[in-house]
Ligand binder design. Structure first.
Ligand SMILES: O=C(O)CCC(=O)C(=O)O
Length: 277
């Protein structure tokens, strides 16, 4: 937790500021495992295609299907105990990616992660994001920057984020409100999908690696289409909790059904799809 959050419970801090930082949730061995698993993936990856992805930022999507260590992060017990409180049961994984910001990267456009759910604000977050620091997050290397309290903003306040005459420039008073989430590697920031934030500029000489796992209400469309992305042979080997978060679950009474059957049945080798010839 940050110093201003020290005397609060995680829930008080989250409700008041829209985020909370859990310090050093991973130990050195666990961090080493994550870094080792990330290295070959980042070695392959191209940089982002636009300002939002970051032209000097590498992203690797759908990590959950790329190594057991990434599955463990998705179902980290501390994180899931918080999601259990913040979201309805049967919540889903909506996004799951590594973000490696290289030296020279400029600040990402400020945004909120669940902005594409066009339900008028202020409103409860439809999704909750986590940002795992795989390197120390510093002021210089592109630590995620947040505007505390912006999770309660109205749509009008959100529209006011950028200068009215220059849609690429943050309004000066909002620029001043951005605070970097400075935290040691192994820490995890948990923030509301409604919170305004961005990846910072990397003015250091080393990359800043992070993993962003995001979870959403069970009635919301997920950002990543895990049904199409993750082969069912891999899903079969995952834990029941991850299978459920990838959509192999029912949100009562019948959201997620497959021709009126539970989606887990599709993983059974004897499953017969009535629509296949
Ligand atoms: O990399 C970061 O610190 C933030 C990235 C982010 O917010 C996003 O890509 O949606």
């Amino acid at each position: 937790m940050t110093s201003s959050q020290r005397d609060q419970t995680w829930r008080e801090a989250y409700d008041a500021s829209g985020y909370v930082v859990l310090q050093r949730l991973l130990n050195e061995d666990e961090l080493g495992e994550v870094r080792d698993a990330l290295a070959p993936l980042l070695a392959q990856g191209p940089s982002g295609r636009n300002d939002f992805e970051g032209t000097k930022t590498q992203r690797v999507y759908t990590l959950v299907a790329r190594g057991k260590v990434f599955e463990r992060l998705v179902e980290h017990p501390v994180v899931l105990s918080m999601m259990d409180e913040l979201l309805l049961s049967n919540y889903l994984l909506t996004a799951n990616q590594a973000i490696s910001i290289a030296p020279g990267e400029t600040p990402q456009p400020a945004h909120s992660d669940d902005a594409f759910y066009t339900v008028p604000r202020p409103r409860p977050a439809v999704s909750v994001s986590t940002m795992w620091a795989i390197d120390d997050f510093t002021e210089a290397n592109g630590a995620t920057e947040v505007i505390a309290g912006s999770h309660r903003w109205t749509d009008e306040q959100l529209e006011d984020l950028y200068d009215r005459d220059d849609s690429d420039t943050l309004a000066p008073h909002h620029q001043a409100q951005l605070q970097p989430l400075i935290m040691p590697a192994g820490s995890c920031a948990v923030f509301a999908g409604t919170l305004v934030h961005r990846g910072g500029a990397n003015r250091s000489s080393a990359v800043r690696r992070a993993i962003s796992n995001q979870y959403c209400e069970p009635w919301a469309r997920t950002q990543e289409n895990f049904f199409l992305a993750v082969p069912s042979e891999k899903v079969t080997k995952m834990s029941p909790r991850i299978q459920a978060m990838l959509g192999y679950s029912i949100h009562p009474p019948f959201m997620g059904q497959v021709t009126a059957r539970h989606p887990l049945k599709t993983l059974d080798p004897d499953f017969e799809n009535p629509l296949e010839d």
